[in-house]
Design a protein around this ligand. Structure first.
Ligand SMILES: [Zn+2]
Ligand SMILES: [Zn+2]
Length: 402
């Protein structure tokens, strides 16, 4: 079934690639050979006309983020659902979406204790992963095995990724089993993060650092917190991560099609994800980086994480160039002009505080802005208002001026 679906997908991709080529590269004669080859895969039939002009072009988006020092920045989503729990899609759709949206790594994390489609879909906590292994490899994507441990609130839900066998998970939702359910994953050496801690704010104590969570943390059975879940930023959780040395996670928790929930046809719109600063593009490197806490959650226009990671990411993406022009005001003051460049698909909003400098700068993805400062100003200081390093603090920046 999986192999058949993949073959079907491949042929559709090649047909669609052909139409993109025709639209964008007609002038490049060498590429005209590609559509001819793609077309050859479909037999000419007397009395048949194919109306491919209305197909949606299928291609992988390249999300450009420069390396951060020795690390690659991998685009990852470790929280999503399929029909094997309460999601609306078959697993291969998650692979197609991940590929098209430019992700590097993903995990399908179906609920262990909540399987509302069980009358129609046989309950098998390993099946989603098994169905995806080949598709992910063919798509050059890193597939991580995961499950969502779904306890009542509090404590709520936990994602276990890099698990071994999910079939022995505890399916009972009795509160007495809460600890054993999480420890079952911990015994498998899973990387465990607490999901959407603020999602049921009307339940007393639901959005607190409760003794149950503290016990997991002290027993090394809690490694991160989902600070951003879909469209919700759980701001208190960012401070918990920073104060306790837990890894900051951001994920979609998508149940429907990603394109049903996110307006992907608009510029700069992307699903919520975790940017992982990894030594290599491999599952082992993702795991190492998660354990070392080298992550930044990326949602909407916001970057959220530990200061050292957010700063390293900002410094890799944004450069202030040397002054390229010096003008003069009517009063004789000299004013320098600079370019500030964003070499990434991330989005930054800056507020600069220095005396006579430009105050507000929006750095759109892969773009340049001009800023000015009076001659003699030694540096531009300010903050990146689209980046959070605590619930109440933005990333502070300082550009020395030459
Ligand atoms: Zn959940
Ligand atoms: Zn979920």
């Amino acid at each position: 079934m999986a192999a058949f679906d993949q073959m079907k997908d491949c042929s559709i991709k090649s047909i669609n690639n052909k139409s993109i080529m025709i639209q964008k590269n007609v002038w490049f004669i060498g590429l005209l050979l590609v559509p001819a080859l793609a077309l050859a895969q479909r037999p000419e039939v007397e009395g048949m006309r194919y109306l491919d002009e209305n197909r949606r072009p299928v291609y992988r988006k390249n999300v450009v983020i420069p390396d951060v020092g020795e690390y690659q920045v991998l685009k990852c989503d470790f929280h999503m659902h399929t029909v094997f729990s309460d999601g609306h899609v078959w697993p291969n759709v998650r692979n197609q979406e991940a590929w098209q949206e430019g992700l590097d790594a993903y995990a399908v994390t179906d609920h262990v204790e909540y399987t509302p489609h069980k009358e129609d879909v046989q309950v098998n906590h390993n099946r989603g992963y098994e169905l995806l292994k080949e598709s992910a490899a063919m798509s050059n994507l890193i597939l991580v095995k995961g499950a969502e441990i779904t306890r009542n609130t509090p404590p709520g839900h936990f994602n276990a990724i890099f698990i071994g066998d999910a079939s022995g998970s505890i399916e009972s939702r009795e509160a007495e089993q809460d600890r054993a359910a999480v420890m079952r994953a911990a015994e498998q050496d899973a990387f465990i993060f607490w999901n959407h801690p603020g999602w049921q704010p009307t339940i007393a104590g639901s959005y607190e650092w409760i003794p149950f969570v503290d016990d997991l943390y002290k027993n090394k059975a809690l490694h991160g917190i989902e600070v951003i879940n879909g469209f919700a930023f759980h701001m208190k959780a960012l401070d918990w991560c920073i104060d306790k040395g837990l890894t900051v996670m951001g994920s979609s928790d998508i149940h429907n099609l990603v394109a049903h929930e996110y307006n992907l046809s608009e510029d700069y719109v992307h699903r919520t994800m975790t940017l992982v600063l990894a030594k290599e593009r491999s599952a082992a490197s993702v795991r190492e980086a998660l354990q070392a806490g080298r992550t930044v959650a990326w949602a909407s226009k916001y970057l959220v994480g530990k200061e050292e990671n957010v700063r390293a990411l900002f410094d890799a993406c944004v450069k202030l160039m040397p002054a390229h022009y010096t003008g003069e005001r009517k009063n004789g003051d000299r004013i320098n002009h600079y370019e500030i460049r964003n070499n990434s698909d991330l989005y930054f909003e800056l507020t600069l505080k220095e005396g006579d400098a430009t105050k507000q700068v929006v750095l759109y993805p892969r773009s340049t802005q001009q800023v000015t400062a009076s001659e003699g100003t030694s540096s531009l200081t300010g903050e990146v208002t689209s980046a959070y390093v605590r619930s109440d603090r933005h990333l502070a920046v300082n550009f020395p001026l030459k």
